[in-house]
Design a binder for this molecule. Structure first.
Ligand code: ADP
Ligand code: MG
Ligand code: MG
Length: 350
């Protein structure tokens, strides 16, 4: 029996276009003999649009952008998008990043509708989206990370001097200032002195009410892909070498100069420790399906966990799929495995 697969993509986030490219690539990699493929597009404004069943891969992302059909009723009745011919989909593949996609909200909707879906559940998605909650859980799991301080907008407004003193006491320069709930390096800056720190906080506060400030570390950035549910496996490590000062938004999406070294040239000992840390992070955040675990590795081979990403970049040229290709799992097989894991997790819950 063919499975009905709903692909959710687009979305109200800075990564809208990335999501469209991912959707095109996933559709091209799917086996149409096994799946009836239904595209569900979320506009930049957050409106849902359902396309007709796809009978072949699309060549162009424009073919995945649907206009409003005049008969659509307002308000946008989202649950009606998740059935076809009155029957729910067998599995949903959310290919969304950021707000309303990676943060547990869409996952909550799919839970309420009792639909199996690929990737992380509500708790893991929400915890992985909030850098402070994530760091606190990593602390509980005994994972080494850089020192940090966090606060909310109200505290900054009321006791800026006190917070600056706390940062200058607990952390060392340079410092990285981040909005707690974003990704893709949006709103992140590096501050090398008091004035820059204040500016960086003000900038980050434009994106979020919660801010985290960290000691900046001089280290290599090495990532590992994790795949599975209760007994996850890890890929070979991959290193990122941005040409810019740090791995900012432009180096992620606009310049192709960032080098990826796969496998990362690190010792077996570092690989073993990093694999163990990646699995512990996966477990404490209660992940399922997939996660990319990102580390800093110093010249002395000290390993610090930076973050996990519960919906890592997933185009065929993104780190997560490439790491699996280098661990003998092709893009199509990876997609197949993720769908099986989604169904397995759903069946276990019933
Ligand atoms: P995002 O979730 O937006 O990817 P990250 O926390 O990974 O946010 O930060 C983005 C980039 O900023 C990292 O890939 C790294 O290049 C740099 N960076 C972040 N924190 C630090 C730090 N404490 N020390 C050194 N570089 C950092
Ligand atoms: Mg991130
Ligand atoms: Mg990151």
């Amino acid at each position: 029996m063919k499975r009905k697969l709903g692909l959710l993509y687009g979305g109200k986030s800075a990564e809208h276009d990335v999501s469209l490219s991912t959707a095109k690539a996933v559709i091209q990699a799917l086996n149409f003999d096994q799946y009836d493929v239904f595209p569900i597009y979320i506009t930049r404004e957050g409106e849902w649009r359902k396309g007709a069943q796809l009978t072949m891969p699309v060549e162009n992302t424009d073919d995945l952008v649907f206009q409003k059909d005049g008969n659509e009723e307002k308000p946008n009745d989202i649950s009606s998008f998740l059935v076809s011919d009155g029957k729910p989909f067998d599995v949903i593949f959310p290919l969304l990043h950021g707000t309303n996609g990676e943060d547990g909200t869409v996952q909550g909707l799919l839970e309420v509708l009792n639909l199996p879906y690929v990737g992380n559940g509500v708790l893991a998605s929400a915890a992985g989206m909030d850098k402070v909650v994530m760091k606190q859980l990593f602390e509980v799991a005994g994972l080494q990370q850089v020192p940090y301080v966090y606060f909310i907008r109200k505290e900054w407004q009321k006791k800026q001097e006190e917070l600056l003193k706390e940062m200058e006491d607990k952390l060392s320069w340079p410092m990285f200032v981040k909005p707690a709930n974003l990704g893709s390096s949006v709103g992140i800056s590096k501050a090398t002195n008091h004035e820059e720190l204040i500016k960086a906080v003000d900038l980050a506060l434009k994106y979020d009410r919660k801010i985290v400030v960290e000691t900046g570390i001089t280290a290599r950035e090495v990532e590992m892909a994790v795949l599975g549910n209760d007994e996850p496996k890890v890929s070979v490590p991959g290193e990122i070498k941005p040409v810019t000062d740090f791995y900012d938004y432009d180096s992620k999406y606009n310049d192709n100069q960032t080098d990826l070294l796969i496998p990362a040239p690190v010792s077996d000992n570092v690989i073993a420790n990093m694999s163990d840390m990646a699995k512990r992070a996966f477990k404490i955040i209660d992940c399922s399906g997939l996660v990319r675990a990102d580390f800093f590795v110093t010249a002395e081979d000290e390993i610090y966990i930076n973050e996990i990403n519960t919906m890592p970049g997933f185009t065929p040229v993104s780190m997560y799929p490439i790491l699996w290709q280098n661990t003998n799992l092709s893009y199509s097989d990876l997609i197949e495995e993720l769908i099986s894991l989604a169904i397995e997790r759903h069946e276990e819950k019933q």
